[in-house]
Write a protein that binds this ligand. Structure first.
Ligand SMILES: [Fe+2]
Ligand SMILES: [Fe+2]
Length: 372
């Protein structure tokens, strides 16, 4: 598969019209499967800039997959972007490649932002066993020689983690500061295109990227409009999520643990109290089941009270509670859960103390298991 990646065309007074026309001819000759345009189609987000861009790009033979840049979001320009270039967020599948176009713009601002809602959307759209190509305008990591090394997405850290976690065989295409650059972050290949046709060009010439996707690897070439082509390199695609990243993610994500039992609540209440006594700051346990009512429950309350951990009333078991939990421990074999603890209901004070000790050990194992 061949992808031509262009960016920052900047229709308006920044445009070098002869460059964009020349680029279209060159790209048509290359016969790519798709052309990805990573934003800044316009200069001021004004209607006639988008219309001129649309008319010019209608000479392009391959399909154009465009997303907006900060200049397109100026002056409420996103509505004109949509008028000529389709949705500002979009997905396209070609063979085993999934193109996911993301809108990193903020209205009337040069800053870039993906946000939690869009990150969740990306996570739903990526496909396992496919090459996922995420297109966005802004920088995910700083790009050198741009004059603005700090100019990254406001939520760059969360976005880098999300892309690397979810983006199986992942490539990120971006633009923005008119400097072509590529870097690999764990398994995610971040490729920036320079400016196709703006006079604000921080390179010897206007340029675009040619990306060939082969079996488990990509090759990247930088094509200057008038100075020819440079082979940047070949990169292997790695489908597995790096183990280190999963560990960091586990350590920082919150977890709601549910202990559940239909028959006798004292065991789940003991588990809840013991878990919350030692749990790390990002975890919380609750328990659900029957009411505390019989003699054993009162005995358990007494023992836990001695430990400074009074038992509270159990919650009523509901489907909402089960759905909301990140990890479920059941003390009844017939309840579906992440794990089952085979602990009998104690009958006297001695047994009750033994049960408390056993649950305490299991809870410590569980905390470590979820965390590490
Ligand atoms: Fe730009
Ligand atoms: Fe930009």
């Amino acid at each position: 598969m061949r992808i031509v990646h262009i960016s920052d065309v900047h229709f308006g007074f920044e445009l070098l019209k002869d460059k964009v026309e020349k680029a279209i001819k060159q790209i048509n000759d290359l016969e790519p499967d798709i052309v990805v345009l990573t934003g800044d189609i316009s200069l001021w987000g004004i209607h006639h800039e988008f219309r001129d861009a649309y008319e010019t790009f209608s000479n392009l033979k391959p399909d154009l997959f465009a997303i907006p840049g900060n200049h397109d979001a100026r002056n409420d320009g996103i509505k004109y972007f949509r008028l000529y270039f389709g949705k500002h967020r979009k997905v396209l599948k070609i063979d085993n490649a999934v193109f996911i176009g993301v809108d990193s713009t903020l209205p009337d601002s040069d800053d870039g932002y993906i946000g939690p809602e869009q990150r969740e959307w990306i996570a739903k759209k990526v496909r396992e066993n496919c090459i996922n190509i995420i297109a966005m305008h802004h920088h995910v990591v700083p790009v050198p020689h741009t004059g603005r090394n700090m100019n990254v997405l406001i939520d760059a850290a969360e976005t880098v983690e999300a892309l690397t976690l979810h983006c199986h065989g992942g490539i990120v295409l971006a633009g923005h500061r008119h400097v072509p650059y590529s870097t690999k972050l764990l398994r995610t290949h971040i490729i920036h295109a320079g400016s196709l046709s703006s006079y604000k060009v921080l390179m010897p010439d206007n340029n675009y990227n040619i990306i060939e996707i082969g079996e488990g690897e990509i090759s990247l070439k930088l094509r200057f409009l008038d100075l020819g082509e440079i082979e940047i390199g070949k990169f292997r695609l790695k489908p597995e999520t790096p183990e280190s990243l999963l560990k960091y993610h586990r350590l920082t994500s919150t977890k709601k643990v549910l202990f559940v039992s239909r028959r006798n609540a004292c065991r789940t209440k003991i588990a809840e109290a013991l878990f919350n006594r030692i749990s790390p700051d990002n975890m919380h346990a609750i328990s659900a089941g029957t009411e505390l009512a019989n003699d054993v429950d009162f005995l358990a309350s007494k023992i836990m009270g001695e430990m400074g951990l009074p038992l509270t009333r159990p919650r009523k078991l509901s489907s909402d509670l089960l759905e909301d939990a990140d990890y479920i421990v059941s003390l009844d074999e017939d309840i579906r859960a992440d794990e089952f603890w085979d602990i009998n209901t104690p009958k006297d004070e001695d047994e009750c103390r033994k049960v408390v000790k056993e649950i305490d050990e299991r809870v410590r194992e569980l905390v470590r298991k979820i965390l590490i």
